[in-house]
Design a protein around this ligand. Structure first.
Ligand code: PLP
Length: 361
């Protein structure tokens, strides 16, 4: 059996050991005679799975007790509406930094519920950088301040967080979840869809400071009310059971096989460096992001010639490097090198790029 290297922006690769465990436990989960897929979410066995998933996440991310951890459905995109409904509850104002499509969509959705101030945007240069922020332009009495931490499509990341004072900082971390240590106490809320770095699609993880809960607007649909899910331990309705089970296996992999988030970061830096060093030395391939804002997870690059880009994408696929085509708004290529991409995958990709460059001079 030949497994390919999947450079997709999401859903993306999962650790092979996780897939093997899931396969081994598929028909009979730990002597229950049933698959986790078939199990009641109210059963004792499933209760142990979801409890372990939460406590592993708390341990690995060092999440303080005054934060709730919720496992929800609807994807990151559903939170674009849930966030204003739950938190635009004081002045009805919020600050947003627009660093790409996801931040733009989040800001547009919030604009349906309140007063959105776009503090800064990097749209002028196709989101190839993180804008410098001027604190004097922040709304003093905003209900929250919103960023998209790692910009999946454009390959940028905040290396420094905005200083928002008492205004809670909310961050979409869908595409950098668990890629490196993060100081949770700096945020009012962190959230992300799982399908980039944590699990298959289906679960959205929300980490919310307790004091921000319980103030949702009256019009908030029950299913979008974070307090309801917090009160019910993410069991108000059926949670995405199987996805949470795979997430638990991924968390065990990070803890036991990788050795935690410091180690995860080292590995991710090593992988990204191999690719960026090559892009910086290549005559043919160029990274599209300013070096100081480069993401460890998503690496967009171009040849400058759309026909050559297409030729490369096709040849890469043929050679077992799949889903490397860039987003239509950037063009070219994008290699997403999430946690589960092995270092050999990046080394082999770079070797392939070198060879392609030689042969297409
Ligand atoms: C993929 C992605 C989303 C959208 O996630 P869905 O779960 O498909 O709604 C939002 N934000 C970021 C940063 C993403 O990478």
């Amino acid at each position: 059996m030949a497994r390919v290297y999947n450079f997709s922006a999401g859903p993306s690769m999962l650790p092979e050991s996780v897939l093997k465990t899931a396969a081994a436990e598929m028909l009979d989960y730990k002597g229950t005679g049933e698959s986790v897929m078939e199990m009641s979410h109210r059963s004792k066995e499933y209760g142990e799975i979801i409890t372990a998933a939460e406590s592993l996440l708390r341990e690995i991310m060092n999440i303080p007790d005054n934060y709730k951890v919720l496992f929800l459905q609807g994807g990151a995109s559903t939170q674009f509406a849930a966030i204003p409904l739950n938190f635009m509850n004081g002045t009805g104002k919020a600050d947003y930094v627009v660093t790409g499509q996801w931040a733009k969509k989040a800001a547009a959705e919030a604009g349906r519920y309140g007063d959105v101030n776009i503090v800064a945007s990097s749209a002028d240069k196709t989101f190839s950088y993180i804008p410098k922020l001027d604190k004097s332009t922040f709304t003093k009495d905003a209900d929250y301040f919103y960023i998209c931490m790692n910009n999946t499509i454009y390959g940028t990341v905040y290396h420094e967080l905005p200083d928002t004072g008492d205004v809670p900082l909310i961050a979409d971390i869908s595409s950098c979840f668990l890629s490196e240590p993060l100081d949770v106490t700096k945020f009012g809320m962190l959230y992300g869809g799982a399908q980039k770095n944590v699990a298959p699609a289906g679960v959205t993880i929300c980490i919310i400071r307790e004091d921000l809960l319980g103030k949702a607007r009256d019009i908030t649909p029950t299913m979008l009310n974070y307090q309801i899910h917090a009160d019910n331990g993410s069991m108000y309705n059926t949670p995405p059971c199987y996805t949470i089970y795979i997430m638990k296996l991924v968390l065990e992999w990070i803890k036991n096989e990788v050795g935690g988030l410091e180690k995860m970061k080292e590995l991710n830096e090593k992988k990204a460096k191999i690719l960026y060093d090559f892009l910086d030395s290549s005559e043919m391939f160029k990274g599209t992001v300013v070096p100081e804002d480069r993401s460890l997870m998503n690496v967009p690059f171009v040849t400058g010639d759309t026909d050559l880009d297409a030729k490369f994408v096709a040849a890469a696929k043929e050679a077992g490097f799949i889903n490397i085509k860039g987003h239509r708004t950037v063009g070219g290529m994008r290699a997403s090198i999430y946690n589960a991409m092995p270092i050999e995958g990046v080394e082999k990709l770079v070797a392939f790029m070198k060879k392609f460059e030689e042969e297409n001079k």
